[in-house]
Design a protein. Structure first.
Length: 146
């Protein structure tokens, strides 16, 4: 609580200093919410269960900032993620779980995953997250933990 108070005090002090110097206007500007979250949540995500990963990749919004494997232990992965990141408080990502690996080498000790092979794997479950810790879709399933 004390730390939060100090941060707020510093923030208010900086804003007062900046306004006095003409650095910022009275209306503090925050970045426009540019997440693609509404587009992702509008998709019938459950319809992609049992289909290839690429079927979902092909309908997800363009402009993702990263894509990679969700590794579980040395040489193994539980699926793939795709992230849309604008700022710490303006981001979302989708996790695509794969139960049975058919095309990827296992174990893969090099951790260099061929995304073309990943795209052929079958989707078992989907989760959607906002701002790194708020689950919005596919939450509370003990079979697909964080």
């Amino acid at each position: 609580m004390k730390k939060l108070f100090i941060i707020a005090f510093i923030h208010i002090g900086f804003n007062a200093f900046a306004k006095q110097r003409g650095i910022v206007s009275d209306a503090v500007k925050f970045p426009t919410d540019t997440t693609v979250l509404p587009q992702i949540l509008a998709l019938p995500l459950n319809n992609y269960i049992g289909k290839p990963v690429d079927s979902l990749f092909s309908v997800l919004p363009v402009g993702y900032t990263s894509r990679g494997m969700m590794t579980t232990r040395v040489g193994y992965a539980k699926g793939v993620y795709q992230t849309y990141y604008t700022a710490e408080t303006n981001n979302c990502y989708i996790e695509i779980f794969i139960d049975t690996i058919q095309y990827l080498p296992k174990p893969n000790y090099s951790h260099i995953w061929d995304m073309n092979l990943v795209k052929m794997e079958t989707i078992a479950f989907i989760k959607v997250w906002k701002n790194n810790n708020i689950c919005l879709y596919g939450c509370n399933n003990p079979n697909y933990y964080d």
